[in-house]
Design a protein around this ligand. Structure first.
Ligand code: OGA
Ligand code: MN
Length: 278
């Protein structure tokens, strides 16, 4: 086996080195990578140099490609890849580019009936400083709650809709997605490991079933503020050539916006098909 796997923090995250996803990947390396991602939830594969075709082939090693609803920023020849380029992003009132990525903890695309199981970002260009991405292990966050609170949370359902203010979603995609609000369990069971995790996108949660929207917002905010402890987070400082995969079923992530968007931070983003959450 040529791949080396090193933990990135005590509870989750793993770094893979010594593997080139541009070429054929040896069967034992592939199964080691797949097992590491399932177990560690976030995987950083270092020093990759991938054409879009090679990137998509590498993504298929981990699942089926899922169409993206960020239809305004798709790569024309390869629409399975969304190009997150901070120089193209929305401008604030002073005309300054707003860095891409949500400023709040979230999991991706809960407004879908079958949200993506995995999101992948490939670092193509990085700003001179800043622009990290942080991750939180939501299995550990759930496990850290008192059992009586876990009992109360287990039956709750979130009602998910697309946000109004995401500029990268084209009109057709928005129309298709605004039709039906999607109901998902707040506490989700991982289909491969059976572990439970807090599963929520605060920006897309219109309400928790049985609560008013205002009350829901405060409830989710309070829950995440208590459940996400520093010990169960990992902050990724990007290196050129990093390919990062995260499990949306068991982690939340947040983009740090402490960089100059005009310098250009370019990520190639791919998502993989997931199941109906249970
Ligand atoms: C995403 C996302 C964060 C980042 O692609 O879903 O949240 O740091 N990205 O770019
Ligand atoms: Mn995201």
């Amino acid at each position: 086996m040529s791949v080396s796997l090193n933990p990135l923090s005590s509870t989750f995250g793993v770094e893979a080195t010594g593997v080139d996803l541009a070429g054929p990947v040896a069967a034992e390396d592939l199964s080691a990578l797949q097992a590491a991602l399932t177990d560690r939830l976030v995987m950083v594969v270092r020093k990759q140099n991938l054409t879009p075709e090679q990137y998509l082939d590498a993504a298929r090693l981990f699942g089926d490609l899922m169409p993206q609803h960020l239809t305004k920023i798709l790569m024309p020849e390869h629409p399975e890849i969304a190009v997150l380029d901070s120089r193209q992003s929305d401008k604030d009132t002073a005309g300054k580019a707003i860095p891409t990525g949500s400023r709040n903890w979230h999991t991706d695309h809960t407004n879908h009936a079958r949200p993506p199981k995995i999101t992948m970002l490939y670092a193509v260009k990085l700003p001179s400083k800043g622009g990290d991405t942080s991750f939180a292990n939501m299995q550990a966050a759930y496990a850290g709650l008192p059992p009586a609170e876990q009992e109360k949370l287990n039956p709750l359902i979130t009602v998910n809709v697309i946000e109004q203010d995401t500029g990268n979603v084209g009109d057709d995609a928005r129309q298709a997605l605004t039709k039906a609000p999607q109901r998902h369990p707040l506490i989700r069971t991982h289909p491969e490991t059976g572990k439970k995790a807090i599963y929520v996108h605060p920006g897309k949660t219109e309400r928790i079933d049985g609560m008013e929207p205002e009350e829901s917002r405060a409830f989710v905010q309070d829950l995440l503020a208590r459940a996400i402890q520093p010990d169960m987070t990992y902050r990724h400082t990007w290196q050129p050539g990093d390919l990062v995969l995260w499990d949306n079923r068991a982690t939340l992530h947040i983009a740090h916006r402490d960089y100059d968007a005009a310098e250009g931070r370019i990520m190639h983003r791919v998502i993989l098909e997931g199941d109906v959450p249970f």
